[in-house]
Unconditional design. Structure first.
Length: 222
C-alpha cells in the first residue's frame, strides 16, 4: 500500500538557551555554545569543466549550497520526504557550489559540497528501498514516486549511491511516460559530489559522476 506524504512549509526558528544562576551560590562562568564553524568554501574550480558536459555548450545556472539548503519541507512520514526530494545534505554547516544546465533530452545538475556531517550513503540506499513507492501531496497535487536503487559505481575509499525515480500522476496511462530523475552520489571525508539528471538525457551518469569526483576531490584535499 502506498504511503502518503503531505508537504508543509518548514519554519526554521533559532532558539537561544537561557542559563539561570542561583543567588545562593557564587556566579560561575556559563559556557557559551557556538554553532559549528562552516567548512572552507568550495571553489568554483571544483565543478566539472563546461566541456566535460556532453552535448552542445549551454549556459550553466549556478547556485550556492547554503542558499539551496535555507528552506526545506517537513513531513510526518519519516525520511521518505528526503528520498523523494533527494536531500542528502541537511541545513547547517555545509558549503558548496552547484550548477544546472540544459542538455539534450532534459537537465543536468551537479553539486559539490563540504560538510562535517556527511550523509551515510549505505543507509540512504536502504531507506530509498523502503520508500520504493510513495504518493506525494505536493501543493495538493498527488504524485506517485517510484524509486529503484541501482548498483552504484565503485570508487576506492568512498561511499557511492545510485537510484532512479519515476514521477507520475495516479491513474496515469501506462503508455504515458513519467518524469525520470536519476541520482548518483559519491562521498568521503566530508566531501560530497552529486549528479542528477531529469528527463530522457541518455547521459552515462555513473561515468560522469566518477569524472566529477576525480576532478573535485583533489581540489578539496581528498
Amino acid at each position: 500500500m502506498a504511503a502518503r506524504i503531505r508537504f508543509t512549509p518548514l519554519l526554521l526558528v533559532a532558539a537561544a538557551a537561557v542559563a539561570g544562576i542561583s543567588p545562593a551560590k557564587p556566579a560561575a562562568a556559563v559556557p557559551v555554545s557556538h554553532p559549528p564553524a562552516a567548512p572552507p568554501a568550495v571553489p568554483p574550480a571544483a565543478l566539472l569543466p563546461t566541456d566535460a558536459i556532453p552535448g552542445r555548450p549551454a549556459a550553466r545556472a549556478v547556485f550556492d549550497v547554503a542558499t539551496a539548503l535555507s528552506s526545506s519541507d517537513r513531513s510526518d512520514a519519516g525520511e521518505c520526504t528526503d528520498v523523494v526530494h533527494g536531500r542528502l545534505l541537511r541545513p547547517g554547516a555545509a558549503s558548496g557550489q552547484g550548477f544546472q544546465t540544459a542538455v539534450p533530452g532534459g537537465q543536468l545538475s551537479e553539486l559539490v559540497a563540504r560538510t562535517p556531517d556527511p550523509p551515510d550513503l549505505t543507509a540512504w540506499a536502504a531507506q530509498a528501498r523502503r520508500c520504493a513507492r510513495v504518493t506525494v501531496d505536493d501543493q495538493d497535487v498527488p504524485t506517485v514516486s517510484a524509486t529503484t536503487v541501482g548498483t552504484p559505481p565503485a570508487v576506492s575509499g568512498a561511499q557511492t549511491l545510485s537510484y532512479q525515480q519515476i514521477l507520475t500522476l495516479p491513474g496515469q496511462p501506462a503508455g504515458l511516460p513519467g518524469l525520470r530523475l536519476r541520482t548518483v552520489a559519491i562521498a568521503a571525508g566530508g566531501v560530497l559530489v552529486l549528479l542528477r539528471d531529469a528527463g530522457a538525457t541518455d547521459l552515462d551518469l555513473d561515468a560522469l559522476a566518477v569524472a566529477a569526483w576525480q576532478h573535485a576531490a583533489p581540489r578539496l584535499g581528498r
